[in-house]
Design a protein around this ligand. Structure first.
Ligand code: C5P
Length: 296
C-alpha cells in the first residue's frame, strides 16, 4: 500500500495524580515531586497521515475547535515534540511531512496532562511512523525537555513519579475500582498554583506493594493528599464546589484534585458506581466536563 495513504493513530490518555507531594525545590525553580500517576480511559487522540507536504497540525474535538488557529502552530506541544524528534532521528528517518490531526476531548490547562499526553502521543506515533531508532532514554530525555509530565505520559502506564517528573518507578498494584473526573471549565495556570503554595515540603510517601481493596487504597490516599489542592482552591474557588459535589455522591470513597487542577477525581468501588455518579453530576451541573469509568 502507498505509505502516504496510511493513517496512524495514538491515544493520549488523561493522567491523574492519585496523590502529589511537593518534596523540595531545585535551584532552577522547578519543584521536586512524589506522585502516583494513573491513566484513565478518557483522552485526546492523535492521527498522522504521512505526506510530501510540510508537517502541519489540525485541531478538532470538543476542546480543539474553540482554541483558534494559533493553537495549532509551532508552539503547540505536538509540533514541538515533532521538531524534537526530527532533530534526533538522523538521516535514516522516513518521510517526515504530512498531516497531524489532534482530537481534543480533554479540557485544556486542567491538571490531567492534556498537552503533555498529546506531546507524548506525538513522540510514540512519529517515532513509529518515522522509524526513529534511538534508545528509550533518548526519547525520555527529549520528553522531559518538553514538560515535566511528558515522560510519564510517554510510558502511559501507572507509575510512581519523582524528581520533577523524570524519575519513574513501579507503583503498588492497584485494586479494581471506578473513577469519576470532573472539570468545572476554568483553566488553571500551573505556575500560579505553585507560586501560591506555602513553603512547606512533604516527605516521600511510604507505599505498600499492593492495595487489596479500593477502600484500603482510598484510606491511604486520603492521608497522602495533593499539596497543590489548597493553593489551587485559592486560584480557582470552583474546585471546592466540585470536590464537595463529588464527595456527596453515593459510595464515593475519596475526592481529590489532580495535578495543579482544576480537574478533580473521585474513587468508587466499581466502574458502574462511577458511571452512575458521573450521570447524576451531569444532570445537576450540565456545564461541567465529566467522565466516569474503570480505573484499573
Ligand atoms: O514542565 P511544565 O511546562 O509542565 O511546567 C509548567 C510550570 O509548572 C513550570 O514552569 C513550573 O513553574 C511549574 N512546575 C514546577 N515543578 C514541576 C513541574 C512544573 O515548578 N515539577
Amino acid at each position: 500500500m502507498d505509505p502516504s495513504t496510511q493513517i496512524l493513530t495514538e491515544q493520549a490518555h488523561a493522567k491523574i495524580n492519585l496523590y502529589l507531594h511537593v518534596t523540595g525545590k531545585r535551584p532552577d525553580g522547578y519543584h521536586l515531586l512524589d506522585s502516583l500517576v494513573v491513566f484513565a480511559g478518557a483522552g485526546d487522540s492523535l492521527q498522522y497521515q504521512p505526506g510530501a507536504e510540510p508537517l502541519h497540525l489540525e485541531l478538532t474535538g470538543r476542546f480543539g475547535q474553540t482554541l483558534g488557529a494559533d493553537a495549532a502552530g509551532p508552539d503547540n506541544l505536538v509540533m514541538k515534540a515533532a521538531a524534537a524528534l526530527r532533530s534526533v532521528s538522523g538521516s535514516s528517518a522516513h518521510v517526515q511531512g504530512g498531516r497531524l490531526v489532534l482530537t481534543k476531548e480533554l479540557p485544556v490547562a486542567s491538571g490531567i496532562g492534556g498537552g503533555s499526553a498529546d506531546a507524548a502521543a506525538a513522540i510514540r506515533l512519529l517515532a513509529r511512523a518515522w522509524q526513529v531508532d534511538v534508545p528509550v532514554g533518548t526519547l525520555m530525555h527529549l520528553a522531559e525537555k518538553l514538560g515535566a509530565d511528558v515522560p510519564v505520559c510517554v510510558a502511559s502506564q501507572t507509575a510512581r513519579m519523582e524528581g520533577i517528573g523524570e524519575h519513574l518507578s513501579a507503583a503498588p498494584h492497584l485494586p479494581t475500582c471506578g473513577m469519576v473526573l470532573v472539570n468545572c471549565g476554568q483553566a488553571v495556570s500551573t505556575p500560579d498554583v505553585f507560586r501560591k503554595r506555602d513553603s512547606a515540603f512533604r516527605e516521600r510517601a511510604i507505599l505498600p506493594a499492593e492495595w487489596k481493596s479500593a477502600q484500603d487504597m482510598a484510606n491511604d490516599l486520603a492521608r497522602l493528599g495533593n499539596c497543590l489542592e489548597a493553593p489551587a482552591c485559592e486560584v480557582c474557588p470552583p474546585v471546592r464546589t466540585v470536590l464537595s459535589a463529588l464527595a456527596e455522591q453515593a459510595d464515593c470513597l475519596l475526592a481529590r484534585m489532580s495535578g495543579s487542577g482544576a480537574t478533580c477525581f473521585a474513587l468508587f468501588p466499581s466502574a458502574e458506581d462511577a458511571r452512575k455518579a458521573a450521570h447524576a453530576l451531569g444532570a445537576e451541573h450540565p456545564s461541567w466536563w465529566l467522565w466516569g469509568g474503570a480505573l484499573a
